[in-house]
Structure formats: C-alpha cells, structure tokens
Ligand binder design. Structure first.
Ligand code: ADP
Ligand code: MG
Length: 253
C-alpha cells in the first residue's frame, strides 16, 4: 500500500465478557508505514483489542476494516493470509529446531499449502526457494548469521527478533506485536527498535502493545491510550505524555 494510505480502521469496537465491558466502543486507525503504540494501565483492554483486531476473539459490536475490506468475523488464519501477522506476549518458537526452520513455518501460513505437512512434500527446488526466502527474513532482523542455531539457544532478544522474522515470512502489510520489548536488556531493545524502524521504512505498518514507556516513546509515530476499556487519548508521544487524562490514568491507580 502507498505510504499514508489506510491499513487498519477499527470502528467503535466493543467487547463484553458477561457484565464486564473490556473494550468500550473504541475507534482508531493506522496508515501504511506507521508505527502505532497501544498503551494503558493493566486491565485497560489492550490485549483484548489486539485479539479483536487479529480475529482471535469475535467483537460484541463494531467493525474492523483491513486494507479497505471489512474483516471482523474472519478467523485469525484468514487474517494472516490477508496480510496481518502477529506475535504473542510469550515466545512461541520450536526450541529444538533451527532459526531458519522456525521461519519456514511462518512462510507456510500465507501460502496455499496451508500446513507444515505440505513442506515435507516439497521438491528440492521448492525447498531451496523456501530456505532462501527464510534467510532473507533472518537478514532483515539482523539474524543472518544465526540461521543454523537452535532457536532455544538464542538470547531472549534474538528469539523476539526470530519471531518477527517468522511473522515477516508471510509477507505481512501489518505486524501486530504484543509487548516485544518485555524482559529485554537495553541493547536488545535498541536492536529491536532499529529493526522496527527499518521495517517502517520498507512500508510495513506496526501496531504494538507495550508497557515499556521509554521504548515506546522513542519509537512510535502515534500512541493510542486506553483505560478501563475506553479510548482516553491519542496523538504523538510528546503530547500524549503531557495529557492530563493519561497522567491521571497511570498515576490515579
Ligand atoms: P490489558 O491487556 O490492557 O491489561 P485485557 O484486555 O487483558 O487488559 O483485559 C481487559 C479486561 O477484560 C480486564 O478486566 C480483564 O480481566 C478482562 N478480561 C480479559 N479477557 C477476559 C476473558 N477471556 N474473560 C473475562 N474477562 C476477561
Ligand atoms: Mg494485556
């Protein structure tokens, strides 16, 4: 998509769990090549919003539009094929498989073969092409020389980058990252931020849920702030951090 064209448009999204309104008529959008941070105190509804956008949970009301198409009601697998890739809060890698094998699994999510079982029936040329693609994704996240290492032997920061490489293998337009910087050391956070900025320059849009305020402030183009299920503020980080409603939400407890 052209830089600045709409990628994601969430319209009055609502999610209730019994009597609890976890997401209360929240609207926001994201344009091509933008990094948007979704922040808010614990219980604000961020993870629920992520699950609504990625098709993991059905909406109670409202709409999600992706690349100009209404997509709410579609399963997460369909979303992945349409160009939306996500990572989870806890690392989900195959620890005894090599880094490059972990990436080839991601490539299959977008293709028509559908399942890893399909990979076993590839001919040599197809397999070589799949591994060449996977190597390209590893290079995009700075793991070009770590392809043959076991995923489980990588440092946490590298594992997070590997998960991003795997998500990139499905050639997504939009990358959804759930707390990608959690638990990382300072240098690992910097490496992650560099990769995300590079992806942005290539036109990949990123929506990230993050608790690490310093990491988010220096990285994102825009912040959407939620509190108790509601959208309470939105804007560039410099403005949002001075917004009385945001300060109240974070300090008011
Ligand atoms: P955040 O990610 O911002 O910390 P969540 O989206 O996880 O917030 O949760 C928002 C609210 O919804 C919380 O009050 C949480 O307890 C509740 N909630 C989340 N998921 C469920 C669920 N599956 N069933 C019932 N309540 C839930
Ligand atoms: Mg959460």
């Amino acid at each position: 998509p052209a830089h600045g064209s709409p990628v994601l448009d969430v319209r009055l999204a609502r999610k209730t769990f019994g009597g609890l309104v976890a997401v209360n008529d929240v609207s926001f959008s994201l344009a091509a090549g933008e990094i948007v941070g979704l922040i808010g105190p614990n219980g604000a509804g961020k993870s629920t919003m992520f699950n609504l956008v990625s098709g993991v949970l059905p909406l109670s009301a409202g709409e999600v539009h992706f690349m100009g198409q209404r997509v709410d009601g579609r399963p997460s697998r369909w979303m992945a094929r349409a160009g939306m890739a996500r990572t989870f809060q806890h690392v989900r890698l195959m620890p005894t498989m090599s880094a490059i094998e972990n990436v080839t699994i991601g490539a299959h999510l977008r293709g028509n073969k559908g399942a890893l079982a399909g990979a076993l029936r590839l001919n040599r040329a197809e397999e070589a092409s799949l591994f060449a693609q996977a190597r390209t994704q590893l290079e995009r996240v700075g793991l070009g020389s770590d392809g043959l290492r076991e995923a489980g032997s990588l440092a946490l920061g590298q594992q997070r980058l590997l998960e991003i490489a795997r998500a990139l293998a499905s050639d997504p337009v939009l990358l959804l990252l759930d707390e990608p910087a959690a638990g990382l050391r300072h240098q690992e956070k910097q490496a992650l931020a560099t990769v995300l900025r590079q992806l942005r320059s290539e036109g990949v849009s990123v929506l990230l849920v993050e608790h690490d305020m310093d990491f988010v402030m220096g990285l994102v183009d825009r912040l959407v702030v939620m509190d108790f299920g509601s959208h309470i503020a939105e804007g560039v980080p410099q403005d949002v951090r001075l917004d009385p409603a945001v300060i109240e939400a974070y300090l008011g407890g």
